[in-house]
Design a protein around this ligand. Structure first.
Ligand code: UDP
Ligand code: MG
Length: 315
């Protein structure tokens, strides 16, 4: 059996209303897993306070005093959900053998943890928790999420459908993740890029236990934009494609104008105007596209992503 210290990372932004309940359930869960011998006595829950401006940190401090299983990390200001999760993962990676990240609001069913730990023992390095349906979400949230996944996929950032940031990663997987030192880290896109043996567990996504979503539409759109632009240069490719098309159209127009001109159907001045408009338009777009391709290359190079990740060496 592999080593089995489990750390559960919970990003918290103004979650004073849910923390008492969340911590109670997580503590119960971690203790029951310890008793069952599935995880080590050294396992912990780590609440990452993401610059909350309510009593979240005070509550975390109290929880820590009350139980050694509950710990906390305080970020210096609000860095956003993704960075809070990442901060937690990186902070515990040397102590933990497996790390699970989950939301504080109990929307992620805590009972899926058991199945995730089992999959870890079966040898998985990454276990994605995937929600079965979205019947508890509003129509709008469901619809926007659907569009989000479709657009992302289309634009070249492959994410796992209906999987948010509720997942288990082994120490090895987190170490591989740490190799990605890009600033705009879009976890849902990067984690599938890591490779390794992975599996899924399914759960019913619940309603927020209390408080309100910290992801209003504005943040969601920003998140989607972030995901696309930090992953793919396909939008640039689209400009190149459009430029090529317009350029080809301009050649067709040139032929058309010349034919009209020589057959005497052209008004004076029309041929030169039409040809210059199409010609310059096509050339401009095409050139922007080509310049864009180079910028895309620079962009991908500047991320300095690892070119490979080694899973095992037989020495
Ligand atoms: N969160 C965070 N920083 C933020 C926004 C959210 O750490 O800037 C946390 C939040 O406390 C929660 C999780 O990220 O634990 C998911 O947020 P939320 O439930 O509001 O999003 P939703 O489920 O509505 O998409
Ligand atoms: Mg939520």
């Amino acid at each position: 059996m592999r080593e089995n210290i489990l750390y559960i990372i919970v990003p918290c932004y103004n979650e004073q209303q849910v923390l008492p309940e969340t911590s109670r359930l997580l503590l119960e869960k971690i203790k029951s897993l310890i008793w069952a011998g599935r995880i080590s006595e050294k396992s912990r829950v780590v609440f990452v306070n993401d610059g909350s401006n309510d009593l979240t940190w005070q509550i975390i401090k109290k929880l820590h005093t009350a139980s050694k299983y509950l710990c906390g990390i305080k970020l210096s200001k609000n860095f956003g959900h993704q960075n809070a999760v990442l901060a937690g993962l990186l902070a515990v990676k040397d102590k933990a053998d497996m790390v699970i990240s989950m939301d504080a609001d109990l929307q992620d069913d805590i009972n899926a943890v058991d199945a995730m730990v089992e999959k870890y023992h079966e040898g998985c390095e990454i276990v994605y928790a995937v929600r079965k349906g979205r019947k508890n979400d509003s129509f709008f949230k469901r619809f926007s999420a659907e569009v989000f996944y479709k657009v992302m996929k289309h634009l070249g950032a492959n994410t796992i459908f209906n999987h948010a940031d509720y997942r288990l990663m082994s120490k090895r997987a987190v170490e591989a993740l740490a190799e990605f030192d890009e600033v705009n880290l879009f976890l849902r896109g990067i984690v599938p890029m890591l490779g390794f043996k992975s599996d899924f567990v399914y759960y019913e996504r619940k309603e927020r236990f209390a408080g309100e979503s910290k992801y209003p539409l504005k943040k969601m759109i920003a998140f989607a934009f972030e995901g696309i632009t930090s992953f793919s240069i396909r939008p640039i490719r689209m400009i190149t494609l459009m430029g090529t098309l317009v350029f080809l159209a301009s050649i067709a127009m040139l032929v058309y104008v010349l034919v009209s001109f020589f057959s005497g159907n052209a008004v004076a001045g029309w041929p030169s105007i039409v040809i210059s408009v199409w010609g310059t338009g096509g050339l401009t777009l095409l050139s922007i596209g080509i310049v864009g391709e180079y910028i895309g290359k620079i962009y991908l190079e500047s991320k300095k992503r690892p070119r490979f990740i080694i899973e095992e060496i037989l020495d």
